[in-house]
Design a binder for this molecule. Sequence first.
Ligand SMILES: Cc1cc2nc3c(=O)[nH]c(=O)nc-3n(C[C@H](O)[C@H](O)[C@H](O)COP(=O)(O)O)c2cc1C
Length: 216
Amino acid sequence: MKRIPIIVLWVVLIFILSSEIFAQELKPIQLPKPQMDGGKPLMQALKERESSRDFSLEKLPLQVLSNLLWAAFGVNRPDSGKRTAPSAKNIQEMDVYVATADGLYLFDAKAHLLKPILAEDIRGMTGRQSFVKVAPINLIYVADFSRAGTMTNEEKEFYSAAHTGFISQNVYLYCASEGLATVVRASIDRPMLAKAMKLRPDQRITLAQPVGYPRK
Ligand SMILES: Cc1cc2nc3c(=O)[nH]c(=O)nc-3n(C[C@H](O)[C@H](O)[C@H](O)COP(=O)(O)O)c2cc1C
C-alpha cells in the first residue's frame, strides 16, 4: 500500500481542526430595524394574552426576533437611551439573553444587536419542563447586581423581580399581537443554568421565557 506523506496528513489535520474552530465561532447578529407600526390594537392583545406551552420547531424570522426584543426591552427613546420597560431609579440592571439552537446571545439594546456569548445549544438547560428545548428561542432574564449601585440585597432582589415582570409582560403582549406562543417560567435549575451561561456570582437569573410559533 502506498504511504501518505506526513505533510499531507498535517494539512488534513489542520483543515479539520480549523473548520471545527470556525464552526464553534458565533458571530454577532445585527438585528434589522424593529417595525413599530402594525400589530393588534392593545385591547385586543390584552384580550388574547395567555401562557402556552405547545411550541412548533419553526424558527423565528430575524425581523420577528428583532421586533420581539425591541418590544421586550428595546430603546424606545434614543435621546435618553430609555427602554420599553421601566426601571427603578433607572438602574437598568437587567439583561436579556437569547438561547437558540446555534448558541447563546446577549441582547444589546442600544446597538439592537445580538452579541455572541456561547456557541452551544443550552435551550434544554433553561428549565425543568421538556418543552423548553422545543421552542426556537428561550429568553433568559438576568439581573446584573454590579449595576445596582448602593442598593441593599433586598432592594436588588425586589427591583429585579419587578423589572423582569415588566419585560416579560411586554413579551406576552407582543406574542399575543403576533400569534406567537410563550410562557414565563420560574422552574429553572438556576445554579446549573448560571454555570452553563458562565455567569458571575453577582449576575442572577430571574425568570426565563420561551417564544415560538404554536404547534398546529
Ligand atoms: C413568576 C411566574 C412564574 C411562572 N413559572 C412557570 C413555570 O415555571 N412553568 C410554567 O409552565 N408556567 C409558569 N408560569 C405561568 C403560569 O403558570 C401562568 O401564568 C398561569 O397558569 C396563568 O395562566 P395565563 O398566563 O395563561 O393567564 C409562571 C408565571 C409567573 C408569573
